[in-house]
Design a protein around this ligand. Structure first.
Ligand SMILES: Nc1ncnc2c1ncn2[C@@H]1O[C@H](COP(=O)(O)OP(=O)(O)O)[C@@H](O)[C@H]1O
Ligand SMILES: [Mg+2]
Length: 550
């Protein structure tokens, strides 16, 4: 039941491909039925053509068989193509849905799971494509053929049908065993391969070090030993495969011969025609295909089920919109008050805030001071609704924070935090991130008031930012973040140690912006910087989880 429940998350993605899936199913059904024809036509060639010496009949049934083969090949191709496309669309849908939900999770969720882990979960979605893969349809098709073949064979001779059926069981176990070991050795091979790549990369990356230590020879021997280990694993795998394939082939041939012998005896006794034997020989193989596919199918489905299970938190955990309030913010006055707020990141640990109370009026400029780890950034995160599990009351414009749609609230609050994160792309795009519709002039203004003009050389429109801004200095990153925030033109501006890396001239530009450009907005400045704190109307101290006014 739990397993079925998991599939619930996939329903929307299924919904969008259900037409294609239905068509693929229909095609599979037709292919399987058409594929049942040729052995029966072969029987008719013998019983109606050969037996009466009528060449016309032989040719006629032969042509019909060609037609059936042709049609089933074409439909087979169409079915594979359909299910292939449906599978890809399906995984694309699930992935898009998962990333959309993931980004809307509360921050707590990201505290609990490593980012690499989450990215890995998303990449595993690929495996869910197995639920809609051609293998599934092939399996269904082979089941239909199994039933069809069984019915036709039983009508020809019940005795000769029972014998091959008895062999289906050992055949199944060989397939299971073989696929199981195949999976194991493939995993080993992948692991050894990954390790091999890892050390090769390290060796080539560190080639200068290798040369310095004159370790060329030793290192190449090490690599050669790894190649050899990989090679012997490959050999082991192919021997195993060969054994499995060989024994399955032997079993099928054995069954064929048994059918031949039994048919021979029955024909001599006059209980069977040659055409009957031809048909039986044609159908007997179909009894083994679903068994063979089932073994493989279980293997491909297992990783898909595991991936589905690991994806569960992303679909089960509520997004911010799903748990948050409904009140959408268009514009804020900018009043913030905390009433006796208690908060702990982890209920097992000491709270960070223990009855914290303060009020900030609209357009007020407040500085919050306090030691490292006092909880200043925590106050900011709570104000933005990142962590809703607090006690006490937080009011924004006199209304409970819990009533707000937090996403719309964040749109009206600008934050420059101590950890500036920039994204690969141009400086320009990074500044426009929160306000994609901003005009050219607005961006220019934000760049000027943020101090970007002073910290970067040359044409700001031409500057590119590498991964996470790692090629920029701390001050440059902060200037970009300040520009980003100014461009957003928020009703409340929060600087969380945002000016720590700025030099004095850039800081002067920012102080001027705070005093003049933003004079009519609520400003919260978390800082150790006297010059910045000097701008504030009020100074608050955060210590031991409570706020004091100075
Ligand atoms: N996401 C988190 N999970 C658990 N503990 C956290 C988290 N963020 C901060 N803390 C802890 O909460 C306390 C206050 O942190 P913070 O508000 O960032 O302090 P600061 O005043 O320096 O901004 C610190 O002890 C810190 O270790
Ligand atoms: Mg902080």
């Amino acid at each position: 039941m739990r397993t079925l429940g998991q599939f619930r998350y996939l329903l929307p993605a299924f919904g969008r491909i259900k037409g294609m899936l239905a068509l693929a199913g229909l095609v599979t059904l037709s292919v399987s039925l058409i594929a049942l024809l040729p052995p029966y036509l072969a029987k008719l060639v013998f019983d109606r053509g050969v037996a009466t010496g009528d060449i016309g009949t032989i040719v006629l049934y032969g042509l019909l068989a060609i037609g059936a083969f042709l049609l089933s090949s074409v439909l087979d191709f169409a079915g594979d193509a359909l299910s292939g496309v449906a599978g890809t669309r399906f995984t694309v849908n699930v992935k898009s849905q998962a990333i959309q939900r993931l980004l809307q999770m509360r921050l707590e969720f990201f505290d609990k799971h490593q980012s690499g882990y989450l990215a890995e979960r998303l990449s595993e979605v690929q495996m869910l494509g197995q639920f809609v893969s051609p293998t599934i349809f092939q399996f269904l098709g082979s089941l239909i053929q199994f039933i069809g073949a069984l019915v036709i064979m039983a009508r020809i001779s019940v005795e000769i049908t029972i014998v091959p059926l008895l062999f289906v069981v050992p055949f199944y176990f060989i397939t299971r065993k073989m696929s199981g070991s195949l999976k194991e050795t493939s995993e080993e091979l992948m692991e050894t391969g990954a390790q091999m790549m890892g050390s090769l990369q390290e060796m080539i990356g560190g080639v200068a070090e290798v040369k310095q230590s004159t370790a060329e020879e030793r290192k190449s021997h090490e690599a050669a030993a790894q190649f050899k280990a990989f090679g012997s694993q490959e050999i082991k795998q192919s021997i195993f495969m060969g054994l499995g394939m060989g024994s399955m082939e032997f079993l099928t041939n054995l069954v064929m011969v048994i059918v031949l012998i039994l048919s021979g005896i029955f024909i001599v006794r006059g209980e069977l025609s040659i055409g009957d034997y031809v048909a039986l020989a044609g159908y007997v193989g179909r009894l083994f295909t679903p068994v063979q596919l089932a073994g493989m199918f279980i293997l491909t489905i297992q990783p898909a089920m595991a991936a589905l299970e690991r994806l569960r938190p992303i679909f089960e955990e509520k997004t911010e919109r799903e748990v948050g309030g409904k009140n959408r913010v268009k514009k804020l006055e900018g009043a913030i008050s905390f009433n006796n707020v208690r908060f702990a990141y982890d209920s097992a640990k000491d709270p960070v805030l223990r009855g914290c109370s303060f009020s900030i009026a609209p357009a007020e400029c407040v500085a919050i001071l306090g030691k490292n780890g006092a909880g200043k950034s925590t106050v900011v995160k709570l104000t933005l609704g990142f962590y809703p599990e607090y006690d006490g009351e937080i009011l924004i414009d006199g209304r409970n924070l819990r009533d707000y749609d937090v996403i719309s609230l964040r749109r009206r609050v600008g934050i420059v935090s101590q950890n500036v994160v920039l994204f690969t792309g141009s400086l320009w795009d990074n500044v426009k991130m929160a306000s994609p519709e901003a005009s050219q002039e607005a961006v220019q203004r934000a760049l000027a008031f943020s101090g970007c003009r002073d910290t970067f050389d040359g044409d700001l429109g031409k500057i590119d930012i590498a991964e996470s801004g790692k090629t920029l200095s701390g001050g440059q990153r902060q200037a970009v973040a300040i520009a980003r925030c100014l461009l957003k033109d928020p009703d409340v501006l929060i600087f969380d140690e945002a000016t720590a890396h700025l030099d004095s001239s850039t800081r002067g530009v920012v102080v001027h912006a705070l005093n003049h450009v933003f004079a009519h907005k609520t400003r919260v400045l978390i800082t150790h910087d006297r010059e910045i704190a000097g701008v504030a109307d009020t100074v608050l101290f955060l210590e031991e989880g409570v706020v004091r006014r100075s």
